[in-house]
Design a protein around this ligand. Structure first.
Ligand code: GLV
Length: 327
């Protein structure tokens, strides 16, 4: 029997690739950069399965050109790059990698919070530049984390994991979501409407998926509600924040600092004005980037792909309704 053909849009950790080698004929995109859209479309059109990343645009036109495709497996928990409704309309299962990256991502959100609060990247640049002349009573003063108020926007798996870390720092924890989340009370987190959360928090950390509702959730008005001493942390998706408004808020003293793992666009162009600000910390979308977690994500993505190729329910589907319809 001929093996199903799969297009894998980047070299993923070996644990994942190893699962696919025997079972599939692999077409692997080996460049560091993602395949350009026309190549992605062409190669997906020749495949039975597609293993993709959040930097690949999977839209209706691509799907239309790829009638052979039986499964799409994304190595990420977020899937805003995929037109899921178009996939569902044609009964095409989409998989993703929830859960395995929760703790690693929460670790990183907290690392960003601490780095921005205590101005670590700025201080490191200062030391490296040879500017460290003496111990300074007012040198590089930051903000305390212990006892401060943390506002979590989006109290899902990752938001809750951030709250668990915040408890260790004796932080007061507020959260907002579409509705109250039962687990939050156990974590000592209090529900607030978005506006109150913004006004009361010393740190605001974003943990919502990117949807039409969350696009520019943090806009000029939201930023104007925040405290002038507040710090914004984004490990969710770049377009949740209006970057023009953020630049104005950071330069106009409306908020103290921001720490961004995700930006709009990605990558942030080297001439982005945000990159010139000392009070804006930017890193290249690496919140889930630990050796162990990326390995687990690759395995999960491979398992989703294999299940889809066998015509089985994916272990971690984004659109489970496609299976219910098949029964
Ligand atoms: C990373 O941003 C992910 O969605 O997994």
């Amino acid at each position: 029997m001929t093996r199903p053909r799969v297009f894998i849009t980047r070299v993923i950790p070996e644990e994942g690739l190893a699962l696919l080698r025997d079972a599939c004929a692999i077409d692997l995109w080996e460049d560091e950069l993602p395949p350009p859209y026309d190549i992605l479309q062409r190669r997906a059109a020749e495949a039975d399965g597609l293993l993709c990343l959040l930097s690949d645009r999977i839209d209706a036109a691509l799907l239309e050109a790829a009638p052979r495709l039986r499964v799409i497996s994304q190595m990420a928990v977020g899937y805003d790059n995929i037109d899921v409704s178009a996939c569902t309309a044609r009964g095409l299962p989409v998989g993703h990698t929830p859960g395995v990256l929760t703790e690693t991502t929460a670790d990183f959100a907290f690392a960003l919070l601490m780095a921005a609060a205590r101005r670590i990247p700025e201080a490191e640049r200062y030391a490296r530049a040879g500017r460290w002349k003496t111990w300074g009573p007012t040198l590089l003063l930051g903000r305390d984390i212990y006892g401060a108020t943390l506002g979590i926007i989006g109290m899902g798996r990752i938001g809750q994991a951030v709250a668990r870390r915040a408890r260790g720092f004796a932080m007061r924890i507020l959260y907002t979501d579409r509705a109250e989340v039962p687990e939050a009370a156990i974590l000592g987190a209090e529900y607030r409407p978005l506006e109150s959360l913004l006004a009361e928090s010393d740190f605001v950390s974003l943990h919502v998926p990117l949807t039409p509702e969350t696009f520019h959730l943090i806009d000029a008005r939201a930023l104007s509600l925040m405290r002038p001493t507040a710090i914004l942390i984004n490990t969710a998706r770049g377009p949740v924040v209006d970057h023009t408004a953020l630049y104005e808020a950071l330069t106009g003293g409306q908020i103290a600092a921001a720490a961004l793992d995700v930006t709009d666009p990605e990558p942030l162009p080297p001439d982005s004005p945000l990159l010139a600000l000392d009070n804006c910390l930017v890193v290249p979308h690496i919140a889930s980037a630990s050796v162990a977690t990326r390995g687990r994500m690759a395995v999960m993505a491979a398992e989703n792909l294999l299940a889809g190729l066998r015509g089985e329910r994916l272990p971690h589907p984004v659109n489970p309704e496609v299976f219910d319809r098949r029964r």
